[in-house]
Structure formats: structure tokens, C-alpha cells
Design a protein around this ligand. Structure first.
Ligand code: BES
Ligand code: MN
Ligand code: ZN
Length: 456
């Protein structure tokens, strides 16, 4: 973006196209590429000098992957491998939009506390891409990453709510916020119980936007600003990264940002239960029983299964509007990572059409997800002898599925519902995906909703 100099061309080159591209280069560049043994090998980035020694062009090997067709996000490599300068990816590109997004997304850095010493690499939009829309998406994505990357000493419950309020203000949306003991007054008993031990009070943020007569879409996100595990304290290694336990809220905020920014023809309800799962004398305990907003009683089997608890009240609240579509995002279980790894969040729904739309959109926008089943026979794993439900499944099997089944008990009026058990974090950088916070599934959900209900 920005810079006014002519961009340096970056030419994607498959092995098959290399000779044809080489013939178009200046003699110095061509000789240099030959000396370096460039032949279009996938992922190779080679900066080519002109006769003056300045950069004439860059060749970017795509192997057999003609025109970045199979993985447009591969172009994100450029953001981390090029020397400082202003570049433009040349065609032919199978997906100019995604290739541009990958370049911008790959250049994200978290610089709040330490300046980056990486070279400043900027990109002009490639031909044929919708640059305004893609730049808007990249910005929303970066804002979502910033939320997750900001540590819990600054990303307090109030700070996360403030970020949601700021988003609402930007789009003239209506905000309601219920804080601390007011949660008891307004019947959010479990959000209060989970969050009451923190010096940073628990809250529920409810944001409404759009034409009230349009289809109603509810987005719900788990906002645990830090998860110590509570009295069932996590061991040190498991606690280390728990600032990211508000990744679901960050994903919901990012999706809402994309939908409002894109003027989707929906009536949006963004619901964020926000707490810190802390340890103190007034912390909720194993064995406690609470009557949830929905009326179901829940026995606490494990204070570390707090996400499903705050979501229970938040989902029941959003469900009251009988939304046409309800989607929640949550860094809900370690088991999801065991099953599918950090880069492929599982999603759950009983709606075959919705499942198909989610899977298809995930592939189309390179926001990968994988469906797992809401396997009803496993419901007995969270039976309780003294309450309607226990929040921790017995047996230790199928943890992500049982958590999803638990949530499902609190959704009865929404026409259709899907749940994403995200990791919210990229442990090792990949093209277009820098290490750190990642509001997984937000782009996919926003795209799917735009396709389903249209944009104004
Ligand atoms: N926030 C965690 C889940 C988590 C852990 C997500 C690590 C990503 C990485 C959640 O609150 C949790 O602690 N879940 C427990 C549930 C168990 C106590 C039933 C888990 O998955 O171990
Ligand atoms: Mn937990
Ligand atoms: Zn958690």
C-alpha cells in the first residue's frame, strides 16, 4: 500500500513457465537467475538485479502449482522473504484477491511493545483484485490478531469490552454492557460465577447492528482474557499461552467487523461473555452447582472447563431472539488440538446445508476448518447425579465433541447453529500466517454469511 514509487514486479514462475519468463528478463537478470540455478522450484524467492545493480524484478517459484492456484496464501511468503521495497505480484494469478490478502496478512507484526527490525515490505494490489475490500479485510484481521497478542495485564475484561465498544461506535451499532454484580440481577449466573474471583470484573457485551427486519445473525465469542484454570489450576506449561483464551471473542469481533464493514444484509447480534478465570477466596469451586440462565442446573466438575460455562449463559441469551443463524467461536478444548492440530479448527453443526457451506467457504477463502460430529450418544458423558449437567465430561475421551454437545443443550430456538473450537494461535509461522494470535474462522464465517444473505 502507500508508497508512490513504481512497484517492483514479482513474477510467479512455475517450472513449466520458467523459460518463457526468462526470455522476457533483461540480460543481467537472466544471467543472474541462471547463475543462481533458478528453475521455478516451489517457494524459491530470487531477487534479480538490473544492469545498474538495483532490483529489476523478483521471481517466485511455484513449482507445479501453476499460478498459485492450489494455495494462493503461498504468496504470503513474499512478505517475510523480500528485502525492503515496494512490490506488486504479477499475473497470471488464479485468485488475485487471496494472493494480495496473503501478502498483506503475511506482513502483519505485533509491534506494541517492541519495534520490528524486519525490512519494510509493501505491496501494490495485483491487477484484477478488489483492493479496497482486501485491504479492509487485512485491517480487520490485524486488529483481531492485536487483541489476542496483547497480554492479559493490558487485555483486561474492560479492555476487551472497550475494543468491542469501539468497533460498535465505528459502525453506529447499539451497545449494552452488563458488568459485575449486575450479571446476577440480569440473570447471567454462570458468567458471574466464573468471573467473580478476578479484580477485573466479569461482563457481557451485547452489540446490535443492522436492519431489524433483515435475517437475524448472532455471533458469540468466548472472551476469557486469561485462563488460570481456576481452583483446578493449570500446570505452568499449560497456562503460559492462556492470554489467547479470548481468541473466540476476537474471532467474533473480527467477523462482525467484516460483516458491518461489508454492509451485509443482516441484523447482527454480537454477544461476548468476558471474564478472567482467576483464583481467589471467592472463586467458584469444584462441586458447586449453579442454575444457568436457561434454567438447567450445572454441577462444576472442573473449574478449568470454564469456556462452556460462560458460553452457556451467552448462547441462551442470544438464542432468545430466535436468530436465523447462530455461530459461536471458542478456544474451548485442548482436545481439539490433539485431534486436528493447531491450524485446522473443528466445527460442529447438525445442519447439513450449513456444514456444506462452511466447508466449501473455508476452502474458498483459505480459512481451513474440519467438521466433527455432534455424536449424541456421548451426551451421557456429562451426566450429573445431582444436577442436569456436569461441565466436565467423564472418561477423558472425545473432549472437543463433548464440549460441543454441552453447548448444544443451551441452543434451542435458533433456526440453525454452528460452533467452532478454535486454537486462536499460529505456533509456527506459515506463508501469510505469522506466529501468534489468529482469529481463525472469522473470514470464513463472514464470507459465508455475505454469500447467504447478500451485501447492500
Ligand atoms: N482454554 C482451555 C482450552 C485450551 C487449552 C485451548 C489449550 C487451547 C489450548 C479450556 O478452558 C480448558 O481448559 N479446557 C479443558 C477442559 C477440561 C478441563 C474438561 C481442556 O481442554 O483440558
Ligand atoms: Mn480452562
Ligand atoms: Zn479456557
Amino acid at each position: 500500500m502507500a508508497a508512490k514509487v513504481a512497484p517492483i514486479p514479482v513474477i510467479p514462475v512455475s517450472a513449466a513457465r520458467w523459460e518463457e519468463v526468462a526470455a522476457r528478463l533483461g540480460p543481467t537478470a537472466r544471467a543472474y537467475a541462471a547463475a543462481q540455478g533458478f528453475a521455478g522450484k516451489s517457494g524459491r524467492v530470487l531477487v534479480l538485479p538490473g544492469s545498474s545493480g538495483a532490483i529489476e524484478a523478483v521471481v517466485f517459484g511455484t513449482g507445479d502449482d501453476e499460478g498459485l492456484a492450489q494455495s494462493p496464501f503461498f504468496a504470503g511468503k513474499l512478505a517475510t522473504e523480500l528485502p525492503a521495497g515496494h512490490y506488486r505480484l504479477e499475473g497470471p494469478l488464479a485468485d488475485a484477491n487471496l494472493s494480495y490478502l496473503a501478502c498483506l496478512s503475511g506482513g502483519y507484526r505485533f509491534t506494541k511493545y517492541k519495534e520490528s527490525d524486519a525490512p519494510t515490505v509493501t505491496f501494490a494490489p495485483p491487477t484484477g483484485c478488489e483492493s479496497d475490500r482486501i485491504e479492509r479485510i487485512a485491517k480487520a484481521l490485524a486488529a483481531g490478531r492485536d487483541l489476542i497478542n496483547t497480554p492479559a495485564n493490558e487485555m483486561t475484561t474492560d479492555a476487551l469490552a472497550a475494543a468491542a465498544r469501539a468497533l460498535a461506535a465505528r459502525y453506529g451499532a447499539h451497545v449494552e454492557e452488563i458488568v459485575g454484580d449486575a450479571l446476577l440481577r440480569d440473570n447471567f449466573p454462570i458468567i458471574h460465577a466464573v468471573g467473580r474471583a478476578s479484580a477485573s470484573p466479569p461482563r457481557l457485551v451485547s452489540i446490535r447492528w443492522g436492519d431489524p427486519s433483515a435475517p437475524r445473525v448472532a455471533l458469540v465469542g468466548k472472551g476469557v482474557v486469561f485462563d488460570t484454570g481456576g481452583l483446578n489450576l493449570k500446570p505452568d506449561n499449560s497456562m503460559l499461552l492462556m492470554k489467547k483464551d479470548m481468541g473466540g471473542a476476537a474471532a467474533a469481533i473480527t467477523a462482525a467487523d467484516l460483516l458491518m464493514g461489508g454492509n451485509a444484509k443482516i441484523c447482527l447480534h454480537l454477544v461476548l461473555p468476558i471474564v478472567e478465570n482467576a483464583v481467589a477466596g471467592n472463586a467458584f469451586r469444584p462441586g458447586d452447582i449453579y442454575r444457568s440462565r436457561k434454567g438447567l442446573t450445572v454441577e462444576i466438575g472442573n473449574t478449568d472447563a470454564e469456556g462452556r460455562l460462560i458460553l452457556a449463559d451467552a448462547l441462551a441469551f442470544a438464542d432468545d431472539d430466535e436468530p436465523d443463524l447462530m455461530i459461536d467461536f471458542a478456544t474451548l478444548t485442548g482436545a481439539a488440538r490433539v485431534a486436528l492440530g493447531p491450524d485446522l479448527p473443528p466445527f460442529y453443526t447438525d445442519d447439513e446445508m450449513l456444514a456444506e457451506a462452511i466447508a466449501r467457504t473455508g476452502v474458498a477463502v483459505q480459512d481451513p476448518v474440519w467438521r466433527l460430529p455432534l455424536w449424541k450418544p456421548y451426551r451421557s458423558m456429562f451426566d450429573s447425579k445431582v444436577a442436569d449437567l456436569n461441565n466436565a465430561g467423564t472418561g477423558g475421551f472425545a473432549g472437543s465433541i463433548t464440549a460441543a454437545l454441552f453447548l448444544q443443550r443451551f441452543v434451542t430456538k435458533a433456526k440453525t447453529w454452528a460452533h467452532f473450537d478454535i486454537y486462536g494461535w499460529t505456533p509456527t509461522a506459515k506463508p501469510g500466517r505469522p506466529e501468534g494470535g489468529e482469529p481463525q474462522a472469522a473470514r470464513l464465517v463472514a464470507s459465508m454469511i455475505e454469500a447467504k444473505f447478500g451485501v447492500a
